[in-house]
Design a protein around this ligand. Structure first.
Ligand code: 5GP
Ligand code: ZN
Length: 117
């Protein structure tokens, strides 16, 4: 069923507690944890507990949870005392997506370039 946990999905395993993660905040619908390979002083992933392959698929199927991701990213940014930050949803392998369970990257704590690489 759409949204159900996938046996071969790393982030479903983190949601289930089968793989440890440095969790900074958890809600009924989301988990926020530190990226294992940080690209900025603060690099936190905010993921839905339900499985969807990317952010657009999540928003199409469960728009309320897509909104939860953005709200949570903002709350975690505030807790990390970031006044400027970037929220990134890599979508598709050509854009750098490697885990096909929707997730927001919350990046901050250093200057950011535009356009992104
Ligand atoms: P993507 O490349 O799909 O946009 O982002 C996946 C992110 O997950 C990468 O930034 C990668 O460093 C992170 N990641 C991969 N495996 C693990 C893991 O086991 N634990 C944590 N905390 N992050 C992971
Ligand atoms: Zn998953």
């Amino acid at each position: 069923m759409v949204g159900e946990p996938q046996d071969d999905c790393l982030f479903c395993k983190i949601v289930a507690g089968q793989i440890p993660a440095d969790v900074v905040q958890e809600t009924e619908t989301t988990v926020a944890f530190r990226d294992i390979n940080p690209q900025a002083p603060t690099h936190i992933l905010v993921i839905p507990k339900v499985h969807h392959r990317d952010a657009a698929a999540l928003a199409a199927a469960e728009p309320g949870i897509a909104a939860d991701i953005l709200r949570e990213a903002g709350q975690v940014a505030a807790e990390e005392k970031l006044d400027s930050y970037r929220i990134v949803f890599n979508t598709g392998s050509g854009a750098g997506q490697t885990v096909f369970h929707a997730h927001a990257h919350l990046l901050g704590g250093r200057g950011m370039q535009w356009p992104p690489g």
